[in-house]
Design a protein around this ligand. Structure first.
Ligand SMILES: [Cu+2]
Length: 118
C-alpha cells in the first residue's frame, strides 16, 4: 500500500509539472511577442496613434503612408529630426530616457503627435 501511495504522489506531481510547462508555452510574454519597437503611421495629415506610450529603450518607427511628404521633428528641433519622408519612407528614433516628447511635421506644423516614454 505504501508503494502504491508513493507512485500516486509521483504521478500527481508529474501531472502538475506537465500542466505548468504547457501553461508556460501557451502564454508567451506579450512584450517578447511585439519586440521592443512601435510604429506610428502617417496618413491623411495625421500621426496614428497620436499619442504613443512606450517603455524606455523603445525604438519608434514612423512610416509615411500619405501621398505627400511629411517630416517628424521634436518640438525642441534637436532631440530628433527626420528628413522629408516621401511615400513609404520611414524614420526611427530610440527613446532611452523617460519623459513626454511632443513632435510635429515641419512642413505642416498643425500636424502634431506625442510619445510618452515610461
Ligand atoms: Cu506633413
Amino acid at each position: 500500500m505504501k508503494l502504491a501511495l508513493k507512485i500516486a504522489v509521483v504521478v500527481c506531481v508529474m501531472a502538475m509539472l506537465l500542466a505548468i510547462s504547457v501553461a508556460t508555452v501557451a502564454d508567451p510574454s506579450p512584450q517578447k511577442a511585439t519586440g521592443n519597437a512601435s510604429h506610428v503611421k502617417i496618413d491623411n495629415f495625421t500621426f496614428t496613434p497620436n499619442e504613443l506610450i512606450v517603455p524606455a529603450g523603445t525604438t519608434v518607427q514612423w512610416v509615411n503612408s500619405d501621398d505627400i511628404p511629411h517630416t517628424v521633428v521634436s518640438d525642441d528641433k534637436t532631440t530628433f529630426k527626420s528628413k522629408a519622408l516621401d511615400t513609404d519612407d520611414n524614420f526611427s528614433f530610440t527613446f532611452s530616457k523617460s519623459g513626454t516628447y511632443s513632435y510635429f511635421c515641419s512642413i505642416h506644423p498643425k500636424m502634431t503627435g506625442k510619445v510618452s516614454v515610461q
